[in-house]
Each structure stands twice: as C-alpha cells, then as structure tokens.
Write a protein that binds this ligand. Structure first.
Ligand code: BEZ
Length: 210
C-alpha cells in the first residue's frame, strides 16, 4: 500500500534513483533518517527515500517543544530517540539532494537540543549510514523517563506555532501505521506511540465534552 507517498514520490523528491542505497556511484550520498515529523513532512529536497529501521533505539515523546508544538509557558512534547537494545525504530531514510544548505536548515529548525549522529539503518535494499537527529539527554529540553499518562496530558493540551501537539501525535501514528506494513513490523512495535495517542485523544475528548 502506498499512501501519502511513503513508497511513492514524496514532496521534495526531485528524481527517483533506482540504485540500491550505498551503491557505488559518482557523488557521495548523504542520507538522513527521519523518525518524527520528517516522515510526513520532510520539507527537504531529496532524490530517493526508503522505509528504514534504526536498531537498538526506541522513540519517545521526551523532548520539550516550546517553538513548534508548545510555548515557553506550556511546552509540548516531540519525539526523540533513546538507546534500547534489541528494539528498533521505524522511519524513512531520505537521500538529500543538496546536503549543506539542507542540513543547515534542519539544524536551525531543530535547534532545541538535537544533535546529528551517523548511525546505520536498515532498508529493504540493505544497510546504509544515515544522519539522525537525536536529542542529547543533557539538553535543557530533555524530559527523560516520563510516565505515559503525563506525556499524554501534555500532548492533549499543548499548542505552538506549528499547530496542536495532538495533531503531531496523530500524524506520527498515522505515518507509522503505513510504515508498519511496508516494513512488516510486528503489531506491538508501535505500542508506545499508539498508547500515547489514545490517552491524549481521550483526554482531549473529555475536555471538549466539558
Ligand atoms: C525527525 O525525524 O523528524 C526529526 C526528529 C528530531 C529532529 C529532527 C528531525
């Protein structure tokens, strides 16, 4: 199934290159692994993309956002990665068309505590080394091991310049449900993200009902 371009052409994709990731070619390839909003809104020029998994990590809504999905007065929650042996994170690897300006732009967009790392991700065509933005646990926006109930409460209420935090969680889970089929993930591999969204939806619904 191809919906919203996880497998087909995506917004920003300038041409599709049928070569396997990492195949010997003329120019050095720069790949970026998206596991958050980059999945559904890459906003970067890329020449190829591949559904991919990052091993030994878990995705968590443990990064405060005061500039996108929250405010200084009420910080929202966006995802980051934490080490998790034997777990894996589903996302999309993008081959960036024009790396220097693109990365500079993402560095600016993700200025609240994320650092770029080089990690190996696995695609259906084989492994590749990709840049991954990970929130340093020592950065002041890192929340740490937060109970799901609290995370959901924040997400149900937070809103920032990029929109409702609940919308962010909805977009994430919808994108992951599509990737789950493409990557043949086990049913329980999205349990955390689904739980957070279900709890946040319930809280937002009860607030609307008054
Ligand atoms: C992403 O994969 O969408 C992403 C997450 C954190 C920082 C930058 C990008």
């Amino acid at each position: 199934m191809t919906v919203r371009g996880v497998s087909g052409a995506r917004p920003g994709e300038t041409s599709r290159d049928p070569r396997a990731p990492g195949a010997a070619g003329a120019e050095p390839e720069v790949w970026l692994f998206g596991y958050g909003s980059l999945i559904w809104r890459p906003e970067l020029e890329h020449t190829a993309h591949e559904p991919a998994v990052l091993p030994d990590h878990a995705r968590r809504f443990w990064q405060r956002s005061t500039d996108h999905r929250g405010t200084e007065a009420f910080a929202g929650r966006v995802v980051t990665l934490v080490p998790a042996p034997a777990r894996r994170v589903a996302g999309v690897a993008f081959r960036i068309a024009d790396p220097a300006p693109t990365l500079a732009r993402i560095d600016h967009r993700e200025k609240q505590g994320y650092q770029r790392r080089e990690l190996v991700v696995h695609t259906r065509r084989g492994p590749l080394t990709a840049l991954v933005y990970v929130a340093d646990p020592h950065n002041p926006y890192f929340v740490g091991d937060e109970p799901a109930a609290r995370t959901a409460e924040v997400i149900a209420h937070a809103r920032g310049p990029s929109g409702d935090n609940l919308e962010y969680a909805r977009e994430l889970v919808a994108s992951l449900e599509l990737l789950r089929h493409e990557l043949a993930l086990a049913e329980d591999e999205l349990a955390y993200e689904r739980e957070i969204l279900a709890r946040a939806e319930a809280l937002a619904g009860s607030r609307r009902r008054g």
